[in-house]
Design a protein. Structure first.
Lengths: 702, 179
């Protein structure tokens, strides 16, 4: 057996499941055959607030192939969930339009849909409040914001310092509701075998799905198996169990058959979370050289009446720039809307749109180059906590990105770069995302027939988790990567944390690394380096390692550069170039990492120029609920995106030396584009998305 | 109610899928996509929106790319359908599949079968001289980046693999032209 160091990490291995995905043999959730399966179709509530007073099922049950209609009156009773959005069909109360009011179950997909369409629901409607305003009278300060950050932080004296500042900037930025829209809708096939429950689910963490099902149905977790082998994207919306998981399990119990439930696309908006809108006021006081002396970032957003979720948009201002005086706050109002939740880089994504736009405005006001202005405000330690950074590559990203982009040739004057009927502009913005890790367990096995297997209930939502975990294992074992097989996506594997917070590789990889090192030690110490006849299995748990924490402030950083062209006749904006430079610790697989960075930047392009949802004040819920009306970027919208990274050696992270890369690509991307738009046309776009009508209005007003 | 009156109108449909002939009795409401996924266990074609908005269900029908979620199987009697499962020649991958792997032209993989079938359609359309909205008038289409972006824009990818998809399709087109 080879014991040489194989150095798999850092090599651009292809995705191990790539062939299965490219040949159509990779099966996602409901694509697994379940003999005798019935099909379920939800009936969404048509009122924004009220109660179901009657569900008329006779017509529905008369549909050919109809099997059952579940309602709040006849659905199986659940134990009270931690996440109230999962208490489906447990009461007549309707908290938002689109909430599941009934569930049709039938022999075929066509029959289930017809059955659902024939269900007639009556409601007692109550007045609703669905319109978010930054001056809403019911705004309140939550106890904390998403990811457990403090709601408000105050350092020094902002008001006095701002009042005394030579340069003052006061600007308000707005981001709309945004939808995750993974390509695979949330889907589950559930099957009972007595008191055992087998579920194939599309989620970002089936350890959590298993625990949730066990809690809700009062089962021993050992009797619940959740398999999430291939997952068609999630971007946060599959980070927590969603109603379809519970509904499928309920329906399967009622009809005593396997039940498949894939949410229709339109129900993703009301049932699977979204990014809530924000209104963010940023005030910066600075000296004439652009050195920040006072910084306030005050965010307002909304949540639902069912579950509080507060987008932590002001948090990045606690990390980014030195300022002796600072105020960062969050306020929220609960409306009769679907519950917002995680969407790629919650907090940092909308927050950095505001902060990085404001910094660009400050640079203009001071007559300082925006790259240079950011470098001037580089802090020695994390501004809010005073803790030293474990590593901070922002300046390196700005400098190297500027060099690659050709930033230094830029004429800073806005609105003067013409090419026929086009106006051209370039912009820059910084990116940041925190380093998270969660405790996990993993097992590593030396197979008697040769080769190694590592197992952990990680989820590969498209990140390349299987591939990189195999690489981590190979290096920890000192063997070639092609001798290691990584098993993920089954809740009977050792428990793992969610594929979220850009923490997957750090959390899962840490446990895999620990198990493999222990396996290597035991093979060498106890078996002379050979594999015993029965093989050898080692398990590891990183609870104590992770909980030990760190005295350092740990974040990834990056810099975006963008060039846009604006058609002065139509207002159409086209992105000509995007360049992202990132400092995210050690890049473990350059091929899959590059794809994740590009993907995040692409979603940032969508946020800047295309994506936005509106709430219908009359009926509640989001109007742009399908992919014809909610515009995600298409192939023709996206230029060739250049991505690079700084080699960063950071010993304070995890055994791999990696920071998360799944989210930082979206952070700051929108600001780079709107800053470029300002440079092109000489108008500040502080409200997203920037559609052609907005651009035309701005051009007309100039 | 007796069984007869509870039955939905159905029809016998003959389809050739990836070269294999099938005779199926299908509910007239059944789409080609659901026929493939629910009746033939060919789950390569994906259901992303079921409304012809995302392209994940793209297959080739009589050689032309189509959103299979918008086609009723009963209206396709006698059609030849190629799905992603039918692109490879046994164990030998289609050049587009190889190029997608090499360029990492996907992440979650859910849009990938539709992207691949769509790209196969693009190669055929360009070879047949069919222009797109960006083809200069009177000229034969050349599959450069702009042509590919335009022609592949019916296939959404939320993971944002577009630059890699464009490279994969372009490489395949150039290799084909060189042969």
């Amino acid at each position: 057996m080879s014991t040489t160091s194989s150095r798999a990490l850092g090599t651009p291995l292809r995705r191990v499941e790539g062939r299965a995905k490219a040949t159509g043999t990779a099966r996602y959730a409901v694509e697994h055959s379940a003999p005798g399966a019935a099909y379920a179709w939800p009936v969404p509530a048509t009122v924004a607030r009220g109660a179901v007073t009657a569900v008329h099922c006779a017509d529905a049950l008369a549909e050919p192939g109809a099997l059952a209609v579940l309602t709040h009156e006849n659905a199986p009773r659940l134990r009270e969930p931690q996440d109230a959005t999962l208490a489906v069909l447990q009461s007549p109360e309707i908290a938002h339009r689109g909430q599941v009011a009934a569930l049709a179950v039938a022999e075929t997909l066509e029959a289930a849909r017809a059955c659902a369409a024939a269900v007639r629901v009556e409601y007692a409607q109550l007045p609703h409040d669905v319109v978010f305003r930054a001056d809403h009278p019911r705004l309140y300060a939550p106890e904390q914001v998403n990811a457990g950050y403090p709601t408000d932080r105050e350092r020094g004296g902002f008001d006095a310092a701002y009042a005394a500042a030579a340069v003052q900037l006061d600007a308000t930025y707005r981001t709309p509701p945004l939808h995750n829209h993974p390509m695979e809708p949330h889907a589950t096939v559930a099957e009972w075998d007595g008191s055992r429950l087998l579920v194939r689910d599309s989620d970002q963490g089936s350890s959590d799905a298993r625990r949730t099902l066990a809690d809700l149905f009062g089962l021993d977790p050992e009797d619940v198996l959740v398999v999430s082998e291939h997952v068609g994207g999630g971007f946060g919306s599959k980070g927590t169990p969603r109603p379809q998981l519970v509904l499928a399990a309920m329906a399967a119990r009622v009809v005593q058959r396997p039940v498949k439930l894939a949410l229709p696309r339109r129900l993703l908006a009301p049932l699977t979370g979204h990014r809530a809108p924000t209104v963010q006021r940023v005030r910066i006081g600075a000296d004439r050289d652009g050195r920040i002396t006072a910084l306030a970032h005050e965010s307002a957003t909304c949540t639902s009446t069912v579950r509080e979720f507060v987008e932590q948009s002001s948090v990045p201002s606690r990390v980014m720039y030195a300022s002796p005086n600072s105020r960062t706050t969050h306020r929220v109002v609960a409306l009769n809307l679907p519950s917002p939740s995680w969407m790629r880089a919650p907090g940092e994504c909308p927050g950095m749109f505001a902060l990085e736009s404001a910094v660009d405005e400050l640079a203009e006001a001071c007559g300082v180059d925006p790259v240079e202005l950011r470098i001037r405000n580089e802090p020695d330690a994390e501004p809010d906590s005073g803790r030293p950074f474990s590593s901070r590559g922002l300046v390196a990203c700005l400098r190297e990105g500027a060099r690659r982009f050709g930033w230094h040739d830029r004429d800073p004057r806005p609105g003067v770069h013409r090419e026929g009927g086009l106006l051209l502009g370039t912009g820059v913005a910084a990116a940041t995302y925190p380093v998270y890790a969660s405790p996990c367990a993993a097992e590593a096995r030396a197979e008697p027939g040769g080769g190694f297997t590592v197992g952990i209930n990680a989820t590969d939502i498209g990140t390349g988790a299987r591939t990189v975990l195999g690489q981590i294992a190979a290096d920890a074992l000192g063997v070639p990567a092609d001798t290691v097989r990584a098993l993920v996506g089954r809740s009977d594997l050792p428990r793992a944390s969610v594929a979220g917070g850009s923490s997957g590789t750090a959390s899962w990889g840490w446990a895999v690394h620990k198990a493999c090192r222990e396996l290597r030690l035991r093979l060498d110490r106890d078996h002379g380096g050979a594999v015993p006849p029965g093989g050898l299995t080692v398990t590891a748990d990183t609870t104590e390692d992770v909980r030990a924490g760190s005295e350092y402030a740990r974040h990834a950083f990056g810099a975006h550069f963008a060039e846009v062209q604006v058609d002065t006749g139509t207002g159409e904006v086209r992105v000509r170039r995007m360049l992202g430079m990132f400092a995210a610790g050690r890049i473990l697989n350059p091929r899959t990492a590059r794809s994740q960075f590009i993907g995040g930047m692409t979603m940032g392009l969508g946020m800047a120029l295309l994506e936005g949802s509106t709430v219908d004040p009359r009926f509640g819920d989001h109007v742009e609920a399908d992919l014809a009306s909610y515009h995600v970027p298409t192939c023709a919208d996206v230029p060739d995106i250049e991505v690079g990274w700084i080699d960063e050696e950071d010993p304070h992270l995890n055994p791999m030396g990696s920071k998360g890369i799944g989210e930082i690509g979206i952070v700051g991307a929108a600001a780079a584009l709107t800053n470029a738009l300002h440079h092109a046309v000489g108008h500040r776009f502080r409200t997203l998305p920037v559609h052609p009508d907005t651009v035309l209005a701005a051009l007309g007003a100039l | 109610m007796d069984d007869e009156s509870r039955r939905c109108p159905s029809s016998e449909v003959r389809l050739q899928v990836n070269g294999t002939p099938y005779r199926l009795r299908l509910d007239n409401r059944t789409t080609l996509l659901d026929t493939l996924r629910e009746h033939l266990d060919l789950t390569g074609a994906k259901k992303g929106c079921d409304h012809g908005q995302c392209g994940a269900c793209t297959v080739l029908v009589d050689g032309r790319r189509s959103n299979s979620c918008l086609l009723l199987a009963v209206a396709l009697d006698g059609a030849a359908v190629t799905t992603v499962e039918g692109l490879a020649d046994g164990e030998r991958l289609h050049p587009l599949q190889e190029a997608f792997l090499e360029h990492d032209a996907f992440q979650c993989g859910y849009c990938t079968p539709g992207q691949l079938c769509s790209a196969a359609g693009v190669l055929a359309e360009a070879a047949d001289g069919m222009p797109s909205a960006v083809t200069p008038v009177g000229e034969s289409p050349r599959l450069d980046g702009g042509e590919i972006r335009e022609r592949m824009s019916g296939n959404l990818c939320r993971c944002g693999a577009y630059p890699n998809i464009v490279r994969a399709v372009q490489d395949t087109a150039q290799a084909g032209a060189a042969r």
